[in-house]
Design a protein around this ligand. Structure first.
Ligand code: G1P
Ligand code: ZN
Length: 544
């Protein structure tokens, strides 16, 4: 037998965050670091013997090395079959779909999402369960507990498997199926959307669009979907070749980091539609000609127009949004007479609601939108939703959004991120804000009265688990909100996220620049927490 047991000792920094374990590549390159986490994950799972595991990643630096370690450890831990994307590649949504389609026991997805890659960039790993979604807290807590006591791991001592050709091979007693990472995903999209209508839209002489794959995983998926299946011209995809360092970029689809796309779509003769996805393909940004759609509005508008999309024609069971996401989807849910669930930040909280059919669509303000078709957010799915809606409504993106605001009112929204602030300063700031809550209710700030101030906690209606301390929120009598959270995905110091929202129903006031519309609340947010005085920062690192 080629299985060996290797002695190890715990690392004290392997607590999974909002989306798995994310660290600098150099941290993962330490001897036993990856192995400890993988074994701690496997130890948290019962009955893995004889089961199937899906393995793949976003192609970033260290992906190939990590895949080999994981496959050898999966074989040594008794899995009987591994499904791996060719070259070790799988977008996060495609991995979620493969887990579901193959009734796999779970999957290991290698990605640090939108964080930069390369030898000095970030790497990450997360475990997804059999419904295709990120492991719930019960499991991530067990994994973390195991990382603190681990003293050995099991691995097969064999040559690396060649992942460049599709087909079936074996690793000791485990079957390894190396599959095309794109085919199953494209087939799923073809089931959900009206490809004929989208093809006709794309073929219209006056219509052009641009998709930015940001040199990350969605390049091959976008080529298969937009070019091969839907007839778009090759020039409609930019940065379509995945690179292990994402071309040195920061593959986060927002107005700051997807600047190349923004410049194209905001040019006078720019395309009618623009979109981008992130490192691992689960995020999306939607643009119309010279027009940005906030992710919260995008979720609300997809929900309001879902009847135009074949997969959702028969109605939605509910909508779910993360707490900091704007309340725009709530208004659509109320009009449709369906529930709108408010969950903590992180896709893992949507899984139970989707499984129980309590929600059909879900989304986060952080450029994440998805549905019950898988258990991850899905960037290209969101792009196809918009293309399907554009094809059906025969209107521009900005006209659709403006119509929406006229009907439902507008939830002005912005998020201000302060990255890499010293952790002790960030912790103290959060503690002080929370300590001030008792005297805040009833006070008038920015001409509004504070109705509630709390640290958000969530009771899962399906498994009855309880998640507390999920973000500080201050709610006003007119529906405006200020929210403070510390990021659970950052890898340097602390990242403070401040979310600012206000509601406007006056039809003459719906086209104000959001930073202007929210200026009074932004000032209150800074003052209440003492952000500039404590951090010395005069402006956020990123505004979305
Ligand atoms: C961020 C986003 C969150 C998203 C997560 C994973 O987490 O805010 O909505 O689910 O990335 O993509 P955070 O860094 O805020 O903990
Ligand atoms: Zn991502």
């Amino acid at each position: 037998m080629s299985m060996i047991t290797v002695s190890t000792s715990p690392f004290d920094d392997q607590k999974p965050g909002t989306s798995g374990l994310r660290k600098k590549v150099t941290v993962f390159q330490q001897a036993h670091y990856l192995e400890n986490f993988v074994q701690s994950t496997f130890n948290a799972l019962d009955d893995k013997k004889g089961k199937t595991i899906v393995v793949g990643g976003d192609g970033r630096f260290y992906n190939p090395e990590a895949i080999q370690v994981i496959l050898k450890m999966a074989a040594a831990n008794g899995f009987s079959r591994a499904i791996v994307g060719q070259h070790g590649l799988l977008s996060t949504p495609a991995a979620s779909h493969l887990i579901r389609k193959n009734n796999a026991y779970g999957g290991l997805i290698l990605s640090a999402s939108h964080n930069p890659a390369g030898p000095s960039g970030d790497f990450g790993i997360k475990y997804n369960v059999s419904n295709g979604g990120p492991a719930p807290e019960m499991i991530t807590d067990a994994i973390f507990a195991n990382t603190k006591t681990i003293d050995h791991y099991q691995i097969a001592e064999l040559d690396d498997i060649k992942l460049d050709v599709t087909g079936t091979t074996t690793l000791s007693e485990m079957t390894v199926d190396i599959i095309d990472p794109v085919v199953d995903y494209v087939a799923l999209m073809a089931e959900l959307f009206d490809f004929d209508a989208i093809r006709a839209l794309i073929a219209q002489p006056g219509f052009s669009f641009c998709f930015d794959a940001m040199h990350a995983i969605t390049g091959p998926y976008a080529t298969a979907l937009f070019q091969e299946a839907l007839g778009a011209s090759p020039t409609s995809i930019i940065n379509g070749v995945p690179l292990s360092d994402f071309g040195g970029g920061h593959p986060d689809p927002n107005l700051t980091y997807a600047k190349e796309l923004v410049d194209i779509v905001f040019a006078d003769d720019g395309p009618q539609f623009g979109a981008a996805s992130d490192g691992d393909g689960d995020r999306n940004m939607i643009l119309g000609h010279q027009f940005f759609v906030t992710p919260s509005d995008s979720l609300a508008i997809i929900a309001a127009n879902a009847h135009l999309i074949p997969a959702y024609q028969s109605g939605l069971s509910g909508i779910a949004r993360s707490m900091p996401t704007s309340q725009a989807p709530d208004r659509v849910a109320a009009a449709l007479n369906i529930p709108c669930h408010e969950t903590p930040t992180g896709w893992k909280f949507f899984g139970n609601l989707l499984d129980a059919n309590a929600a059909t669509l879900c989304g986060e303000e952080s450029f994440g939108t998805g549905s019950n078709h898988i258990r991850e957010k899905d960037g290209l799915w969101a792009v196809l939703c918009w293309l399907n809606i554009l094809a059906a409504r025969k209107q521009s993106v900005s006209a659709i959004v403006n119509d929406h605001w006229q009907q439902y009112g507008r939830n002005y929204y912005t998020r201000h991120d302060y990255e890499a602030i010293p952790s002790d300063i960030a912790q103290k700031m959060m503690a002080d804000v929370e300590n001030g809550f008792s005297s805040l209710v009833g006070q008038t700030l920015a001409n509004r009265t504070v109705r509630y101030a709390d640290n958000f906690s969530y009771h899962d209606p399906v498994d009855h688990s309880h998640s507390s301390q999920q973000g500080l929120r201050i709610g006003f009598d007119d529906g405006a909100r200020l929210i403070y959270r510390l990021s659970g995905t950052g890898t340097e110091g602390a990242t403070l996220r401040v979310y600012i929202e206000s509601y406007e129903s006056d039809s003459a006031q719906l086209n104000i620049e959001p930073q202007t519309a929210l200026a009074d609340l932004i000032a209150v947010a800074d003052e209440l927490a003492g952000i500039s005085s404590r951090t010395g920062r005069t402006a956020p690192t990123v505004i979305t």
